[in-house]
Design a protein around this ligand. Structure first.
Ligand code: ADP
Ligand code: MG
Length: 571
């Protein structure tokens, strides 16, 4: 006789997943994939029903044979045409649930007939009832309908004895929800929710697609590829992949060969998108989510400092800018170590286990207990220093992980740069522990190489091995190395910096070019500079700006040097 399993299901707008307890520990069921099933249902050419990736892949090409975002229509009396049949929203959702159950039965070799299913906290009774019906249509006994933020909180804290207030920030593919919940002794209460059910990762993809379309238009004048569905489907796919890469790296390249419309000549699209451009594109949308965060806090009568935790949920919360903005706005470091797009299913499995009277343990995640970063020129506590700590892999990140950041040399003609590797949290590198360093020598002296900058990458694995890699973007010149025991506690050490007058030089400068920073420094120095030095400062600034505009690298070097020297005396 087959055993029976109680499962937790996250029936999402964009993606769904199913989780189960394994010796009391919740795990998402992966069937040789990442465990995420696109919430997409379609019919194939022969009338066969397609669920998940197969349906999603045909969505843009055959929109009339594919249904997406059915969750938005749950609880309505809509009839949805699919091939030759008509379905209710719960009927469509049942196809997704059946697919998830089949996956679980296959992988667990067990019967699956009882489930906990999650819904957004704002779902009405009608929407909850429709979700329950979808489960029943799929042959499940729905033990309970649970709120998504509740499930996410359970994934982080199975049984908290002390009372806690938690903010759950859930940014998915097409929806944004924020909830404030109170947790005590395994009981979770939703105090307030807010959000925008038309805001999410799809909008970010669309902004990248817009950039790509503009690019294409500049290549094939007049003739727009905007109305070509196949081209647009490919761009959409490439845009999403690039967006996901930008969560870990400062640039993502897009190569799409032979894009053609019906009778057109093939076009090859090859371009690069920078994280900073992408961040500029999405900043307004993220600001909107922050307004909703404030609304939820107001409605819950809670102030940011009273929050014990801020949880990142939903695939789009992996975008580093999200955590950065939340941290700035709330003053609390958001947690994201449990996979944001699987966290709700994991919590649902915990709830299912509790319902079944099982012994339930916490989600297992291997995280780094330390932050790893490097040093750069920049502001620390408002002071311009050579000791600014730039974190690259942050504490509590799930392992294994790879992250890169962009830097610039201090001067355009700089021939070498030294990247130091630190373990620690302090904004001043001198209070952190240096665990290694690497020189990248023989840098190109051309101004273009300076403008393109350098990429420094860290990869940290479960065995505590930190691999690092530094590369000059223009030339591809690179160097790499490793620290064997990066996860061990190290004694604090600090070695004085090299004298910059010698050849060894440089510390890299994060974001914005070194010239720009030098100019900012000069501007800031003017009010307090000795009167007799001001005209000279201004002259050098003006000259440097002009040289930089005209890319006169020799001149830039000369003036940067003079300006840096003068600043040394006037600051
Ligand atoms: P939902 O809860 O809305 O069903 P998910 O939580 O699965 O959806 O989120 C899906 C969205 O997350 C998609 O837009 C996807 O592109 C985005 N996403 C997934 N991983 C990343 C990542 N590493 N960086 C940025 N966006 C991501
Ligand atoms: Mg979700």
């Amino acid at each position: 006789m087959m055993s029976e399993a109680v499962v937790g299901i996250d029936l999402g707008t964009t993606n769904s997943s199913i989780a189960v307890l394994h010796d009391g520990v919740p795990e998402v069921i992966t069937d040789h994939d990442d465990g995420l099933v696109p919430s997409c249902v379609g019919v194939g050419p022969s009338g066969n029903v397609l669920v998940g990736h197969k349906a999603r892949n045909q969505a843009m090409l055959f929109p009339d044979r594919t249904v997406q975002s059915i969750k938005r229509r749950m609880g309505t009396a809509d009839r949805i045409r699919l091939g030759s049949a008509e379905h209710s929203p719960q009927g469509i959702s049942a196809f997704i649930l059946k697919d998830l159950v089949a996956r679980a039965e296959r992988c667990l070799d067990a019967d699956v007939s009882r489930a906990v299913i999650t819904v957004p906290a704002y779902f009405t009774d009608a929407q909850r009832k429709a979700t329950r019906e979808a489960g029943e249509l799929a042959g499940l006994k729905v033990e309970r309908i649970v709120n998504e933020p509740t499930a996410a909180s359970l994934a982080y804290e199975v049984s908290s004895e002390e009372a806690m207030k938690v903010l759950v920030y859930d940014l998915g593919g097409g929806t944004f929800d924020v909830s404030v919940v109170a947790l005590e002794g395994g009981v979770v209460e939703v105090l307030a929710t807010a959000g925008d059910n038309r805001l999410g990762g799809d909008d970010f993809d669309a902004l990248i697609v817009e950039r790509l379309n503009k690019r294409l238009e500049s290549m094939v004048q007049g003739d727009s590829l905007r109305s070509d569905r196949t081209v647009q489907a490919r761009l959409r796919h490439a845009a999403e992949a690039a967006k996901i890469r930008l969560s870990g790296a400062p640039f993502a390249s897009i190569e799409e060969d032979s894009l053609t419309g019906a009778s057109r000549k093939p076009v090859n699209l090859s371009c690069e998108i920078s994280r900073s451009d992408f961040e500029n594109d999405i900043k307004d949308l993220l600001d909107k989510t922050l307004e909703q965060v404030e609304k939820a806090l107001r409605d819950a009568n809670t102030k940011a400092p009273d929050l014990d935790r801020v949880l990142l949920v939903g695939g789009s919360s992996r975008i580093p800018l999200v955590a950065k903005l939340l941290q700035k706005r709330l003053g609390v470091t958001p947690l994201g170590q449990i996979d944001p797009d699987r966290c709700v299913a994991l919590g649902a499995a915990i709830q299912a286990g509790m319902e079944a009277g099982l012994d339930v343990h916490s989600v297992l995640v291997d995280v780094t207990p330390y932050t790893f970063g490097t040093g750069a020129i920049g502001h620390v506590d408002g002071m311009y220093t050579r000791h600014k700590y730039v974190p690259i892999i942050r504490r509590n990140s799930k392992l294994p992980i790879t992250k890169s950041e962009l830097f610039y040399t201090e001067f355009p003609n700089q021939r070498a740069v030294r990247f130091r590797i630190y373990q620690g949290e302090d904004p001043d590198v001198r209070n952190n522990t240096e665990i290694g360093s690497v020189y990248l020598r023989g840098l190109n002296e051309d101004h273009d190489a300076f403008e393109e900058g350098l990429i420094f990458t860290y990869s940290l694995n479960l065995d505590g091995i930190l691999e690092f890699h530094a590369r000059e973007r223009l030339t591809g010149r690179e160097v790499s190395g490793r620290v064997e025991d990066a996860l061990a506690a190290h004694d604090a050490t600090f070695e004085e910096f090299d004298d910059l007058g010698e050849l060894e030089p440089g510390i890299a400068v994060p974001t914005g070019t070194a010239v720009k920073m030098l100019l900012e420094r000069a501007k800031a120095a003017i009010p307090n500079a000795p009167k007799e030095d001001v005209p000279e400062l201004k002259r050098l600034m003006k000259g440097l700006k002009r040289a930089s505009r005209h890319k006169e690298s020799g001149k830039i070097d000369e003036l940067s040097g003079e300006l840096a020297e003068l600043l040394f005396f006037v600051e």
